[in-house]
Design a protein around this ligand. Structure first.
Ligand SMILES: Nc1ncnc2c1ncn2[C@@H]1O[C@H](COP(=O)(O)OP(=O)(O)OP(=O)(O)O)[C@@H](O)[C@H]1O
Length: 327
């Protein structure tokens, strides 16, 4: 996990208070036919923070942020952005919130600069497209057609489009999915710069590493509900009563051998290591069980709990398909 954290973090953002909040979501509910996409979500976003929404596939993250942006009509609960109802005050909300959506929907032949100029024309006081291109490192490709941009350049263009209206809040959804590690790191730095320039950011992500590195607070959403909301450190602390050991084993190994033990809470694989969390009896329990089966763990470490562990405690069924858990 990266240790260096964003600077200039705002004060007093650890509480889910509505006082001075930019965004207040209370008991949000949204269904699509028989599908309950969001069952009960409450959260607040404060000025100047990077607020993360983290959760497994289909948890309701996108529906939540689309409701904040006024793109969905809730079936229940309330959403307020600077006191405004996003569905009833569409024009004001469009100026207040810039949205970078999951799938870019630009025509293939539009050039980067043309796209920005077009979007700028939708807003009363837009940013200068040339300045934004420069800031996002896109000046060199300003005349390149969208279809010819690299993945990282497309992502940066979609961020630029989210910022062209000079919003107070930027919603960035699955921002770094599909990017290589360097492009992902570059994008993280960009997100910090955007926050430092005064834009509050709501970041939807699958990646725990990304959430831990960037976010001041994180709401973990599972099956349409907030299962935890805290700072990254707070989430890890809450998980710290757990023990965690990692080791390697030669040959095939069935997780069920360990998950059957009373001391074990979770078992997962990170590259060639097996990571096991559980209670105080974990180490003795695991080593004894493996020895009894003639299995010899090697390169064994006891480690501090991480945000991955906290997440898996809170969302146990997500472990298998959750990208952060498989690094
Ligand atoms: N327009 C829609 N019509 C019908 N069902 C939808 C629609 N949008 C989302 N859903 C369903 O609602 C649930 C929550 O979806 P949502 O996209 O909000 O979750 P998510 O956490 O953002 O997921 P992902 O990480 O996969 O993007 C899912 O079961 C999804 O299939």
């Amino acid at each position: 996990m990266p240790q260096n954290r964003p600077e200039n973090r705002p004060e007093n953002t650890t509480e889910n208070t509505t006082e001075n909040a930019l965004v207040v979501v209370e008991n949000l509910r949204k269904t699509y036919g028989a599908t309950v996409a969001v069952e009960d979500v409450s959260l607040t976003v404060h000025p100047g923070e990077i607020f993360g929404i983290l959760g497994p596939n289909g948890a309701g993250k996108t529906t939540t942020v689309e409701s904040i942006a006024g793109l969905r009509t809730p079936d229940g609960g309330t959403v307020r952005v600077l006191g405004l109802d996003p569905r009833r005050h569409r024009t004001e909300i469009t100026s207040l919130i810039g949205v970078q959506l999951q799938a870019s929907e630009l025509p293939e032949r539009i050039r980067a600069r043309e796209a920005l100029e077009l979007y700028a024309s939708f807003y009363p006081s837009p940013a200068d497209p040339a300045e934004l291109l420069e800031r996002l490192g896109l000046t060199k490709v300003q005349n390149t057609a969208f279809a010819k941009l690299s993945g990282g350049q497309r992502q940066r263009l979609s961020i630029a489009l989210a910022l062209i209206g000079n919003p107070k809040i930027a919603i960035l959804d699955e921002l770094t999915t599909g990017l290589d590690p360097q492009a992902r790191r570059d994008t993280w730095e960009l997100v910090k710069q955007i926050r430092d320039s005064g834009v509050t950011i709501i970041l939807v992500t699958h990646f725990m590493e990304e959430a831990e590195y960037l976010c001041d607070r994180i709401a973990i959403i599972d099956a349409g509900k907030v299962v935890a909301l805290d700072t990254p450190a707070g989430l890890v602390d809450a998980a710290r009563s757990e023990q965690r050991i990692t080791f390697k084993l030669e040959g095939p190994f069935d997780d069920a051998i360990l998950t059957a033990l009373p001391a074990v809470r979770t078992v997962r694989h990170e590259r060639d290591r097996i990571v096991v969390t559980g209670n105080d009896d974990l180490l003795v329990g695991v080593v004894t069980e493996l020895a009894g089966r003639g299995l010899k763990p090697y390169d064994l470490h006891t480690e501090q709990t991480t945000l991955d562990d906290a997440f898996l405690q809170l969302v146990p069924l997500a472990g298998r398909d959750f990208e952060g858990a498989q690094r």
